[in-house]
Design a protein. Structure first.
Length: 186
């Protein structure tokens, strides 16, 4: 059983490790996010329009290998004693929130277990952190947007000053009357 689970995970890992396989997903603001793993000297494609493209570079030797998190099976030898005790505590547990088919509400604990396991896996993962890379790209874009907004604001303020100066000159009667002692007909 353990061997078949490892084989299934390895197969899924190979499917996920297709070279330069892009994963497009809509962001929280409806923006398009393109996450790509590139290998060796491959070029990271330029983003199109408002798309955020984030590339994680790995060594060329990693291109056709099973992803690192799936290569090794976790050894119980390196498992802490406290974790083993927690495992022993849940053996034979059934009923509400137990994630077992036995007892009323036994399946209710499965979601909690999945969430707990996902967070533990995420915390211990050493692979690419696309969420952090996307956050950094958004911050970089926000910095350029702020600089562009400041430049646009400065241009608008200068245009307003020029317009006000022209309005004052047009409305100022002293600027339109001929200078004293100067005959406009000569």
């Amino acid at each position: 059983m353990r061997r078949s689970a490892t084989l299934i995970l390895a197969t899924l890992g190979l499917a996920a490790a297709v070279p330069a396989a892009a994963q497009d997903s809509p962001g929280s603001n409806g923006e398009r996010i393109n996450t790509i793993i590139i290998y060796g000297d491959d070029v990271c494609p330029a983003p199109k329009g408002d798309e955020i493209t984030v590339c994680a570079r790995k060594a060329e030797a990693e291109r056709f290998r099973i992803p690192a998190p799936l290569r090794e099976t976790p050894s119980t030898k390196s498992e802490a004693w406290a974790q083993r005790v927690l495992a022993y505590e849940t053996v034979g547990r059934d009923g509400i929130n137990s994630c077992s088919p036995v007892g009323p509400g036994g399946a209710l604990g499965c979601t909690q277990r999945l969430i707990r396991n996902a967070y533990a896996e995420k915390k211990g993962a050493t692979d690419v952190n696309f969420a952090k890379m996307i956050e950094d790209e958004r911050a970089k874009r926000a910095a350029t947007v702020d600089a562009e907004a400041a430049a646009t604001q400065a241009r608008v303020e200068q245009i307003e000053k020029d317009f006000e100066a022209r309005q004052r000159a047009a409305n100022d009667p002293a600027a339109q009357t001929p200078a004293a002692g100067h005959d406009p007909h000569h």
